[in-house]
Design a protein around this ligand. Structure first.
Ligand code: ADP
Length: 163
């Protein structure tokens, strides 16, 4: 029986879609480790510390959820944590190809680790951190996509970047 699952991702920044998935995973597993990938090649807008801090605030009060960060291969991180399950999200068909490739690559690297896909509530199925950053830079109201403190951090960050 798997008690522990890892939910890896960039979380740049965390959205209601990620939070929806964390809650679903938490109903199934006794411990969910949300693991923020350093991913410098993706040139994240927020530092690892900021992404971890926002996630901690977003999930505060949720039992059995731990926030951590990792560098390197996710399968190595999973072994270090003695976990055998990775959680990933599927929104649209467009996620499928990339997620499928990644799940099978991870399986090749480490056959003892299984990737499980969860789907968010429909209203979050079009929501991505990437689109959110674009919408924020155009001054959109972010209140239905992210908690208020994330919206504020996004606006501050984009404001700093413009200066
Ligand atoms: P990555 O760079 O690893 O794709 P993301 O933070 O963009 O990092 O996504 C992490 C995981 O969360 C991915 O599996 C992605 O499909 C999933 N995800 C992202 N946004 C949503 C959403 N709105 N609903 C459900 N899953 C999501």
């Amino acid at each position: 029986m798997c008690q522990k699952a890892i939910y890896p991702g960039s979380f740049d920044p965390v959205t209601y879609g990620h939070i929806d998935l964390i809650k679903r995973a938490q109903e199934i597993f006794s411990e969910v480790i949300v693991a923020v990938a350093h991913n410098p090649h993706k040139k994240p807008l927020f530092s690892v510390e900021d992404r971890v801090g926002m996630l901690k605030k977003a999930v505060s009060g949720l039992r059995g959820v731990v926030i951590d960060d990792f560098d390197g291969l996710v399968v190595d991180y999973a072994h270090k944590q003695k976990a055998h399950v990775l959680i990933r999200g599927l929104r649209m068909l467009s996620d499928f190809e990339y997620e499928f490739q990644m799940a099978l690559t991870n399986r090749k690297l480490s056959p003892d680790i299984e990737t499980i896909f969860l789907m968010p509530q429909e209203s979050y199925s079009y929501l991505s951190s990437k689109l959110l950053k674009e919408a924020a830079s155009l001054g959109a109201d972010l209140s239905s996509f992210v908690p208020d403190f994330v919206g504020k951090a996004l606006k501050d960050k984009l404001h700093q970047a413009k200066r």
